[in-house]
Write a protein that binds this ligand. Structure first.
Ligand code: AHR
Length: 659
């Protein structure tokens, strides 16, 4: 990542200036006759990666950090406030971590309590715990009394001052490991709370999987996902959900790659793994970032289904991240990796009589997930990638000829890696080629014509990761400004105009915890209580909810609108609602008048207009205020024309019924 180079970094402070603005009316022609190009239902989707505390500490609603003492430092996140009193006198009470009772979940804490004075452990949560007044929380713990009699385990939420704001307890009994559950209700909203666990009695007790979830999760699933965050994903109306990344797929080493089989089955048994973003950036080290895989592949498939998106899992192709070690699995030893891909398809689609289909059913989903595509590698490059891709391709096509395979063209949108990847993948008649680009606002606006020149007979494009960067790739100073979102909106008219080549697109990354991020900009920001949508989110949402079904031709003087007078435009038909949908982006600092002549059909007298705008290109949203948010209104049409004005720095969507 660090070696990424921002191409065309010379975007200027005067970007989007009024240079092009003109007092003249812009004249556009929209032809309602179909172009023959369909907008794929997968056109606008979601890229998910566990970066920026996206999963643990984010979407996955678990509030206890290091709940099963599996981090590299096994008591990380846990404090023993009265242990100083106890110091070396282990008789008085201490926690230590002892080895393995079962394979995936190796450690548990063993607590010796002799003084019966309220020995306690405190968990700090993920940068604190967000607690909501009136909300109920499910508490659970695995416990086994080893010696003596610890008769009670008390759980308390504490506010920032240490006051108790929720409380409950369980009564452990017997020497066998058992799960104990309880509920508690919060009396106060707290932004950065903690959990205190206190033991009553004398003896030694072993504990594991200390867990707290809000009851109010998405679809009220116990142990589920944060409702506000999933709602935001749902509202995007996404065509697909790509998971689990990103570089996280590849790992810094092969050992640390994402292995889906270790993320399914019993949540308690899933093996914790360091998150690659824990150590990636010197300026943003996150030593407490691990993957518990409570959000694993089953849950990703379920999420995709919940939000109406096609699932798109991406797997390691046997190359660790080439920005890190670039470790390679020799071709002769690639079989287990390929088998992982075949088994994943069986897990998603196989009959419940098959090994992996049965596991899916046992986990609560006997119906297939109807997987249609799979990614081989993330953003690998060079001959080593192509050699491995070929092995995967052969095996997948032989067993599952209907599954589409996503291949990759590397981390950059042009240059040696990119050209080589595309050339090879074209020859191999690849289905989809994934392109990644993080670049300046200027680059994005210029690249609104990027796909005009693509081979119509070649592989389809999956623009799998893109986002405007205000400073440089992965710079901590990048902002989710209106300028970035507006430039993305302009660029996306080019994606839409080329929907015969571009089949899938997704902004990246998706989530960022305000107190625990590594990479910016990101689509959705959250803390432990709230979340907010960036201007970039609203651009994605507007495209996702106005995708239409068929491309229409919209021109100025017979040419596509790709920056003339700072204007960008595209149009589609929505067959279901019989509406035309026009997208207009004004990147200039002046309001501009336009006349849109509509050929072939008559317009309804009234249409709906959605406007996303701000006069300040630096405008951003935050937890207190969404300064850049869409506003809807009605407007009058002529029978075969629309005449209006588009505000400075704005993205406007018009929807009108036709007959
Ligand atoms: O989106 C952040 C990272 O950028 C992804 O993990 C990687 O694929 C890309 O380089």
């Amino acid at each position: 990542m660090k070696k990424h180079v921002l191409r065309n970094a010379a975007f200027s402070a005067i970007a989007l200036s009024g240079l092009f603005a003109t007092a003249q009316q812009n004249k556009y022609v929209l032809d309602t006759k179909e172009t023959g190009v369909k907008i794929q239902p997968t056109m606008y989707g979601i890229f998910f990666e566990d970066i920026n505390l996206g999963a643990d500490g984010g979407l996955y609603a678990e509030m206890v950090k290091n709940r099963s003492f599996e981090f590299d430092t096994p008591l990380m996140g846990w404090a023993q406030p009265n242990s100083d009193k106890l110091s070396l006198n282990k008789k008085s009470g201490y926690a230590n971590v002892v080895e393995a009772k079962k394979s995936g979940n190796k450690n548990y804490a063993s607590i010796e309590v002799n003084d019966d004075k309220g020995y306690s452990l405190i968990n700090e949560g993920f940068r604190g715990m967000g607690i909501k007044e009136g909300d109920a929380y499910n508490v659970s713990i695995m416990a086994a009394n080893q010696e003596g009699n610890i008769s009670k385990i008390n759980f308390q939420f504490l506010d920032e001052q240490g006051n108790v704001v929720a409380e409950t307890s369980v009564s452990p009994a017997g020497k066998e490991w058992k799960k104990y559950t309880a509920q508690m209700k919060a009396t106060k909203t707290v932004a950065k709370g903690k959990l205190r666990v206190t033991f009553t009695g004398k003896g030694i007790i072993n504990i594991d999987m200390v867990s707290i979830f809000p009851q109010d999760t998405w679809k009220n699933r116990p142990g589920g996902l944060r409702k506000d965050l999933v709602q935001k994903l749902y509202d995007l109306n996404p065509g697909f959900l790509r998971f689990p990344g990103g570089c996280i797929v590849e790992g810094r080493t092969l050992e640390q790659r994402y292995q889906w089989k270790k993320t399914v089955g019993n949540v308690d048994d899933r093996e914790t793994l360091i998150n690659r973003w824990n150590v990636e950036f010197d300026h943003k080290k996150t030593p407490d970032y691990f993957q518990t895989f409570g959000l694993g592949f089953f849950e990703y498939f379920q999420l995709a289904e919940d939000i109406g998106a096609e699932p798109l899992p991406v797997l390691s192709c046997g190359i660790a991240c080439q920005f890190n070690t670039g470790e390679l699995v020799p071709l002769a030893e690639l079989d287990p990796y390929v088998q992982d891909a075949l088994d994943l398809i069986e897990f998603a689609n196989g009959a419940t009589t098959t090994k992996w289909g049965k596991l899916r059913a046992d986990m609560g989903h006997p119906q297939p997930f109807n997987l249609k595509m799979i990614g081989v590698g993330n953003e690998q490059w060079g001959p080593d990638y192509i050699a491995r891709y070929k092995v995967f391709e052969k095996a997948i096509r032989a067993k599952y000829p209907n599954i589409k395979i996503i291949s990759g063209s590397g981390p950059f949108p042009s240059g040696e890696y990119f050209d080589y990847g595309w050339e090879q993948l074209k020859q191999l008649k690849a289905d989809y080629v994934d392109e990644h680009y993080y670049n300046s606002p200027d680059w994005f606006r210029k690249n609104a014509t990027r796909y005009d020149k693509y081979d119509r007979k070649g592989p389809k494009v999956f623009a799998g990761e893109y986002a405007v960067q205000t400073v440089d790739i992965a710079s901590p100073d990048n902002r989710n400004s209106w300028e970035t979102a507006l430039s993305e909106a302009a660029f996306m008219t080019g994606l839409e105009r080329n929907a015969d080549v571009v089949y899938m697109t997704s902004y990246a990354p998706l989530f960022a915890h305000a107190d625990g991020w590594q990479w910016t900009p990101d689509l959705i920001w959250f803390n432990n209580l709230q979340s907010y949508a960036t201007p970039n989110y609203y651009v994605q949402k507007l495209y996702g909810n106005n995708a239409g079904t068929n491309l229409l031709s919209l021109t100025a003087d017979g040419k596509a609108v790709t920056g003339q007078n700072g204007m960008y435009a595209s149009a589609v038909l929505d067959k279901a609602s019989n509406e035309i949908i026009v997208k207009l982006v004004n990147t200039s600092d002046k309001a501009q008048s336009y006349r849109l002549d509509v050929k072939g059909k008559k317009l309804a007298a009234e249409g709906k207009m959605t406007v996303l705008k701000n006069e300040n290109l630096k405008a951003e949203n935050d937890f207190t205020k969404e300064t850049v948010a869409p506003k809807e209104s009605k407007f009058k049409t002529g029978k075969s024309k629309i005449e209006s004005e588009i505000p400075a720095y704005s993205f406007v969507i018009l929807r009108v019924r036709i007959s």
